[in-house]
Design a protein. Structure first.
Length: 347
């Protein structure tokens, strides 16, 4: 299925089911409303351009472009639902929060390079600030409603250790890593939350570029992996590869081995071209060689982080769905696409 098709089709079908017989209307510049608050076509256009810069979509049909725009709008709707929840809870990001995040985004670039990056994304600095404020507000909401309430107990840690004792016997240095994979050939075994699969080299390259933009703009690595990665083994776990021994990299090229092993914890690699497609790696943590007992603080921390991450991902996914269920969403763009095609008209 083409890139973003499943998500776009799901959004369209769900929307038309809701809107059947509904008399809601909006001005021509409103793409959707969330609890009465508008999401404008101009915002869809800006977000689309930032995720799919000019030149990346050459050769795509109008239908393919519309599928992508539906997915962009669905993401904006989700963000608006969560932003409204953050506002209701008094958790809107402050100017200091926004400035701190902007400084993180600017850190890898010179002033000129960052301006070029903004131009490539099709954003002005004020538009980026508005987007950052929304993202940081949602992070605050997630922290209050989900992360801060997760309690990993000592029995939880002990149970994990006893079930995975071999993980803590380290004869050589270990690297806890995650990955996002995009392949360039059809594969019926690929499963991700968006049911999204690249089938050609051109589609794979375009898709990975869009994924990299999402990550560079601050989207969560694990959630992006669950939504779009094409590795059947790691995608359900947010791309988590677990702990890899240093020797597992011996067959990689010296350049690639150096690139991966030099990543600091918490950092991700650039896009890496491989024979089967494209990959982005993230270094989660490093562990020196040696035996780890349950009482070892490093083992304790590793287990708690793993359990916390798993629970956090599960609850965030459920929170998104609950938010959609409780919000009143009217998707005018989906309705227009549906009706303009003559779908659903009586014969």
């Amino acid at each position: 299925m083409n890139y973003l098709r499943w998500a776009a089709m799901s959004a369209t079908v769900a929307t038309m089911a809701i809107l059947a017989g509904c008399g809601d209307s909006a001005s021509p510049d409103v793409a959707a409303t969330v609890n009465g608050r508008p999401v404008y076509y101009s915002e869809v256009d800006r977000t689309y351009k930032s995720q799919f810069p000019a030149g990346q979509n050459d050769g795509e049909s109008a239908d393919q472009v519309q599928l992508r725009r539906l997915e962009v709008l669905r993401s904006l709707i989700d963000n608006e639902i969560l932003l409204q929840r953050a506002e209701k809870a008094g958790l809107v990001a402050t100017d200091a929060d926004v400035d701190a995040r902007l400084n993180e985004l600017k850190a890898p670039y010179t002033k000129e390079e960052f301006q070029k990056q903004l131009d490539q994304w099709g954003l002005k600095i004020d538009e980026l600030k508005a987007r950052v404020r929304k993202d940081e507000s949602v992070k605050k909401l997630f922290n209050k409603e989900i992360t801060s309430k997760i309690n990993i107990t000592d029995p939880d840690v002990a149970a994990f250790y006893n079930a995975n004792r071999g993980m803590f016997n380290l004869p050589e240095p270990q690297y806890h890593m995650a990955q996002i994979v995009v392949t360039n050939k059809p594969d019926p075994n690929v499963r991700n939350l968006k049911n999204d699969k690249a089938k050609t080299e051109e589609e794979a390259s375009r898709k990975m570029k869009a994924i990299e933009v999402r990550l560079r703009q601050g989207e969560d690595f694990a959630m992006v992996a669950q939504n779009y990665s094409e590795d059947p083994q790691t995608t359900p776990n947010g791309g988590d590869l677990g702990f890899l021994p240093e020797s597992s990299f011996e067959k990689t090229s010296p350049e690639l081995r150096k690139l991966i092993l030099s990543l600091p914890p918490g950092q991700m690699s650039q896009v890496i071209r491989t024979p089967e497609g494209y990959r982005i790696f993230k270094m989660i943590s490093r562990e020196p060689a040696g035996q780890r007992d349950l009482s070892d603080p490093r083992a304790q921390q590793s287990i708690r982080e793993t359990l916390l991450e798993r629970k956090d991902q599960l609850l965030k996914a459920a929170y998104y769905e609950n938010g959609r269920n409780e919000a009143k969403v009217v998707d005018f763009m989906a309705r227009k696409i549906f009706t303009d095609a003559g779908a659903g008209k009586s014969k």
